[in-house]
Design a protein around this ligand. Structure first.
Ligand code: SF4
Length: 700
């Protein structure tokens, strides 16, 4: 809390939680953050949500790791340790850095020699800086010798990125969410910005108050509904049917932008033929939306002078997430709603630096700036810069790596700031797979559920202790500055990665994040005209940026898309059902996600006093009708089971849920939602369907 008297000195930084990227100031004194204030950043204009305002005392939480840990000789790895931090801790002893790093790197080197590079993998972090993510992927590619490197983008917007790259040649947003200020119509689908991107939500509400037509499409009611001109509650998993029906209306009624289609798109005839079968009357029962509403919404969007689409993980976290995104992209393109003020496509990115971590190549199929690993020329350029060979074969993704660990094909895993023992689907199997690894190194702030299964745990730095750049959902590269020193012997993540690299035979020398950024700028043309000095001066620069004194481009694709011929490709989206449908044994749809107060697997926010006081325990949300039918009073214990496992927690009545749906947040160790989720993947984005599992619900 803030002390009486003058405010503590303020350090300018950026919020480390969601992809909005609010600029903030840490007011810190004597090793503690006393207060956090919003600064006038381009994405927040002084605003902060509850996490940005009150979510930082995890930094000084008593459970913070301050010395390296190594597993005791003979201490077995037991998945049950994930649930019991005291039991997990008893299986480690403290070590000095020399021993811990020797063990960590030595274990990887031994596996590399015995089994080859493909038996190694790394999970980097979207919560660290661009510089850390860049060095991490470089270490895995050149030190381990494999492209088996990924991060949580695989679990959030991998399908959106796959569809955007395929359609318009760029995986990032075409417009910032602040373009809402100039939009006539704003369509929000499968996103809950009031909870997950709260400050972005304020810009959407401002637009609605100004008179923009807000269309909110989601199976669940959302916090934006009361600001909306139109709320479309559709059946879960039926995004493609609904969006294809909207495309049908647009094309059948001649509402598409003929000039834009002729000049800038490829594949219109095939798309028109494909959606001919999707008359709203033919799919209304499937979508659960009256045909008249589908027609009304399609006309409203298509006739708008300027319309913006924002989407979230309701669209992407699906076994047909890429098709969902293809249909959305096609809708925007045929209506010519891209490349002008107030128009665009905006997948709301989840983690604070998931855009940046993806840009710098923390993904298994792409090098920095999304150059394919099998592009010989791209690899040759990087090899010249890095002075080391880069493997060509694309690597495995997050869920594939865990699966490979389960069958012994991956033996060594380096995890920096990720928590797959909470965030992977089908946790029973995922935890068993992590426990089977011959060598697991976890670099984190706390003994997380994943660290409980590690061989070596390296105490790392929290965001308020770091200086580095991050890239938000709007493509704004922003500079965060350290307000505190890491506690005890905890070290900067950047230094730990470099120390690991040196032990693996790479002669790395970096004087700090500024030098790493300079190398990144050489590897990534997208960073042209963005320098460290400029970021120190301006705090934020958007890419692409066409001159050292020019602002970056918020709205892109005015004239041409990033494809070989400059035209966007329309890709028809096929209709398919979720991986498993409700049946007599499992009649509910389980959907998982986040809550306003907690962030992802809860490693930070469950240790932030105010946030955990607001949301201290897991709660399953059910419709009032379902609660009555199941004989549950609010607060009663409920058991939720799927074909993969079961959890128990309190039940809450939530009128926003459709009758046959149950919602669980995945932040709680006490009732891990991902014990229940289905690991099957979207074939293109390789993302699991977290939003749809068949479940059974009843009194505990
Ligand atoms: Fe942080 Fe996102 Fe909240 Fe802004 S909206 S304060 S970036 S969590």
């Amino acid at each position: 809390g803030r002390r009486r008297g003058a405010p503590a000195p303020e350090t300018a930084s950026v919020c480390p939680y969601c992809g909005v990227g609010c600029q903030l100031g840490f007011r810190a004194r004597e090793g503690r953050i006393e207060e956090v204030v919003g600064r006038d950043g381009p994405a927040n204009r002084g605003r902060l949500c509850v996490k940005g305002r009150f979510g930082f005392d995890y930094v000084v939480h008593p459970e913070r790791l301050t010395r390296p840990l190594v597993r005791l000789e003979g201490a077995a790895k037991d998945p049950a340790d994930c649930l019991d931090p005291a039991r997990a801790r008893a299986k480690f002893r403290e070590a000095d850095w020399e021993e811990a790093l020797d063990r960590a790197a030595g274990g990887f080197a031994a596996i590399r020699s015995a089994r080859g590079p493909s038996a190694l993998a790394g999970f980097g972090s979207a919560k660290g800086s661009n510089e850390e993510a860049y060095l991490f992927q470089k270490l895995v590619r050149t030190g381990f010798g494999t492209n088996n490197v990924d991060h949580c983008t695989r679990l959030c917007h991998a399908s959106s990125v796959a569809a955007l790259l395929e359609g318009i040649g760029s995986g990032a947003v075409t417009a910032p969410f602040t373009a809402a200020a100039e939009a006539d119509v704003i369509l929000v689908i499968g996103a809950r910005p009031t909870e997950n991107h709260p400050v972005a939500a304020t810009f959407l509400k401002d637009a609605a108050a100004r008179g923009a037509g807000l269309i909110v499409m989601d199976p669940r009611g959302t916090g934006l509904d009361r600001f909306a001109e139109e709320v479309v509650r559709f059946a879960p998993g039926q995004d493609v049917a609904l969006l294809n029906a909207m495309l049908h209306v647009v094309i059948a009624e001649g509402l598409h932008d003929r000039d834009f289609v002729a000049r800038r798109l490829a594949g219109f005839e095939a798309l028109a033929e494909h959606v001919r079968a999707y008359a709203p009357e033919a799919v209304e029962a499937r979508c659960g939306v009256p045909a008249a509403q589908i027609r009304r919404v399609a006309r409203r969007y298509a006739r708008a002078e300027r319309a913006l689409i924002l989407w979230g993980m309701g669209v992407s976290q699906s076994v047909h997430g890429t098709d969902n995104a293809r249909a959305l992209i096609a809708l925007a393109l045929v209506c010519g709603q891209v490349g002008r003020p107030g128009t665009g496509l905006h997948p709301l990115r989840g983690q604070n630096n998931v855009q940046g971590a993806s840009d710098v190549g923390l993904i298994p199929m792409a090098l920095p700036d999304y150059q394919r690993t099998d592009d010989d020329a791209a690899r040759a350029r990087l090899e010249a810069l890095w002075g080391a060979p880069v493997p060509a074969a694309p690597g495995l993704t997050v869920v594939e790596i865990t699966e490979a660990a389960g069958r012994g094909a991956i033996e060594g895993l380096y995890v920096m700031g990720e928590n797959p023992a909470m965030s992977d689907p089908d946790l029973g199997h995922a935890r068993a797979a992590l426990a089977r690894l011959r060598h697991l190194v976890v670099q984190d702030l706390f003994l997380t559920e994943t660290a409980a299964l590690a061989d070596v745990v390296l105490p790392a730095s929290a965001w308020p202790e770091k200086t580095g750049t991050v890239t938000n959902t709007n493509r704004q590269v922003q500079l965060g500055r350290a307000a505190l020193a890491p506690p005890g012997e905890a070290r900067q993540d950047l230094d730990i990665i470099v120390a690991m690299a040196r032990r693996l035979g790479l002669g790395w020398r970096y004087g700090g994040p500024r030098e790493v950024f300079a190398e990144m700028a050489q590897a990534m043309p997208s960073l042209a005209n963005i320098t460290w000095e400029r970021l120190e001066r301006e705090g934020s620069v958007t890419y692409p940026c066409h001159g050292p004194d020019m602002p970056g481009e918020g709205i892109i694709f005015h004239d041409a898309f990033h494809t070989a011929d400059g035209r966007a490709r329309l890709v028809p989206a096929g209709l398919s059902d979720p991986a498993e449908l409700p049946d007599a044994d499992f009649p509910f749809v389980l959907t998982t996600g986040r809550e306003l107060e907690h962030w992802h697997t809860g490693a930070m926010t469950r240790r932030a006093r105010v946030l955990d006081a607001l949301r201290p325990a897991p709660v399953a949300a059910l419709s009032p009708q379902a609660m009555r039918r199941l004989g549950l009073a609010p607060g009663a214990r409920v058991r939720i089971a799927t074909r993969r496992g079961a959890v128990e927690c309190a039940a809450r009545e939530d009128p926003a849920l459709p009758e046959g749906m149950v919602f669980l947040s995945f932040a709680y160790r006490e009732a891990p939602a991902n014990m229940l989720t289905d690991p099957r993947l979207d074939p293109f984005g390789r993302i699991p369907g977290f939003k749809f599992s068949a479940a059974r619900v009843g009194p505990a």
